[in-house]
Design a protein around this ligand. Structure first.
Ligand code: ADP
Ligand code: MG
Ligand code: MG
Length: 339
């Protein structure tokens, strides 16, 4: 019998459009002789579109308005064997939707509540990875309350790290709300921006010079595999939102031109991080590499990475011999596995 799959896309985060593009790819790639796929689009306002509007939203790559609330709708969703929550960022990749699906008794693709929530929060990720002994750049956590009530204490955290430094909302993606602070004068504005988006903000020392940015894909549940290592190259000070989403600003190099030992170390650290964070199904693990000194730092773990046919994650697996369609099928199988 064909497995019935509910494909969730869109959502309230800054990565709404990316999610819809990814969903178009997945929808086209799931073999129809094995799966019956129903797409369901969540609008920017967090409402679920009626099926009649869903196809149009996927075509247009944008969804507004919507009808029922998420909670009401999921209670009435029945008869699916699996959910593919192809959602990025807050209220999608952060354990919230995963919790809802867990409560509804529906298996799903990707990490569970714990792995999703911890990996989404950059500060929590750092704590877990630190106890696993994985190298990271020095960082500090500040809360919105601290910034309101003890701004000097927060500025002191920044002073500990030195300049330049990065200020990041803890739960975000696509570089939204991230600033590179080059002078003391820029610090307050950077903190105001990050705290306008999140209650928790990470201050992070910049690597000693512009790093090379390496990414590796992980696939599996209890016996995960690591893909070849890829590299992102771009012509900008850092990999900001504009650079990420403007056609032609960045290029992917797979496999990255690296000494074999470095590539092995990247793959090994990525697998360690995947396990330490209790991830499942898939993740893209990102690193900073300083060629001159050989320093390697884990930057972040994305539990639902961009998934269009030209995104880094599928491209990494393509280099390992997995077609996009085989990869999507494998993710569904992993989601159906008992964990
Ligand atoms: P996001 O989850 O939004 O992708 P990242 O933490 O990956 O946020 O930061 C976005 C980009 O900012 C990185 O890809 C990199 O170009 C730059 N960056 C972030 N932190 C540092 C750092 N500590 N040193 C150097 N560059 C950094
Ligand atoms: Mg990210
Ligand atoms: Mg990133």
């Amino acid at each position: 019998m064909k497995k019935r799959i509910l494909l969730l896309a869109g959502g309230q985060s800054g990565e709404h459009e990316v999610s819809l593009m990814s969903a178009r790819g997945v929808l086209a790639a799931l073999p129809r002789d094995r799966f019956e796929v129903t797409p369901l689009v969540i609008s920017r306002q967090g409402r679920w579109l009626p099926p009649s509007d869903t196809v149009r939203a996927l075509e247009q790559g944008r969804a507004e308005g919507g009808g029922e609330s998420l909670l009401k709708r999921v209670a009435s969703v029945s008869g699916f064997d699996l959910v593919f929550p192809l959602l990025h960022g807050p209220n999608g990749e952060d354990g919230t939707v995963q919790g809802l699906l867990t409560l509804a008794g529906l298996p799903y693709v990707g990490s569970g509540v714990l792995g999703s929530a911890v990996s989404m929060d950059k500060a929590m990720t750092k704590s877990v990875l630190e106890s696993a002994g994985i190298p990271q750049v020095p960082s500090r956590l500040a809360t919105r309350k601290q910034w309101r009530e003890q701004p000097e204490a927060v500025r002191d955290l920044a002073a500990d790290l030195g300049l330049p430094l990065f200020v990041k909302p803890a739960n975000m993606g696509s570089s939204v709300g991230i600033s590179k602070v080059r002078s003391e004068m820029e610090l307050d504005a950077a903190l105001d921006l990050a705290f306008s988006l999140d209650r928790r903000v990470v201050l992070e020392a910049m690597t000693a010079g512009k790093p090379r940015e390496l990414e590796v894909g992980i696939l599996g549940n209890d016996a995960p595999l690591a893909s070849p290592v890829g590299e992102l190259r771009f012509d900008a000070d850092f990999y900001d939102y504009q650079t990420k989403y403007t056609e032609g600003r960045a290029s992917m190099h797979i496999p990255a031109d690296l000494p074999k030992a470095v590539a092995e170390q990247v793959r090994d650290l990525a697998l360690q991080a995947f396990r330490a964070l209790d991830c499942a199904g898939l993740a893209r693990v990102d690193f900073f590499y300083l060629e001159d000194s050989g320093e390697l730092y884990l930057n972040e773990v994305n539990t639902m990475p961009g998934f269009t046919p030209t995104s880094m994650y599928p491209k990494l697996w393509e280099a390992a011999g997995w077609s996009y369609s085989a990869l999507v099928t494998r993710l569904v199988e992993l989601g159906l596995e008992e964990r």
